[in-house]
Design a protein around this ligand. Structure first.
Ligand SMILES: C[C@H](O)[C@H](O)[C@H]1CNC2=NC(N)=NC(=O)C2=N1
Length: 78
C-alpha cells in the first residue's frame, strides 16, 4: 500500500499534471467519501493533493473505514 501510517492516520500524496486534474480527482473522492459516510482530511496545492485518513468517531485512530476509503481512493487514482 502506498499509504504510510503516521500519527494515527493513513497519509498519501497524489500528484497530477495540473490543477484541473487534481481537482477532478478531489471531486470524485468527495462523492466516494460521502457515499461511504467517511471523509478525508486533505490539502491541495496546485497539482498535489495530500490526504490524511483517520476515524474521528474512534478517537482519531486508524480503522477499517480508513483502510477501505484508502482502497477506494487508490482505485480512483489508477
Ligand atoms: C454521522 C457521520 O457519519 C459521522 O460523523 C462520520 C462522518 N465522517 C467521518 N469521517 C471521518 N474521517 N471520521 C469519522 O469519524 C466520520 N464520522
Amino acid at each position: 500500500m502506498a499509504w504510510t501510517e503516521n500519527n494515527n492516520a493513513l497519509e498519501r500524496e497524489f500528484q497530477f499534471s495540473d490543477f484541473t486534474e487534481a481537482f477532478a480527482f478531489m471531486t470524485r473522492v468527495a462523492f466516494a467519501a460521502e457515499a461511504a459516510g467517511h471523509h478525508p482530511e486533505w490539502t491541495n496545492v496546485y497539482n498535489r493533493v495530500n490526504i490524511r485518513l483517520t476515524t474521528h468517531d474512534a478517537g482519531n485512530t486508524v480503522t477499517d473505514k480508513d483502510r477501505n476509503l484508502a482502497a477506494v481512493i487508490d482505485r480512483i487514482y489508477e
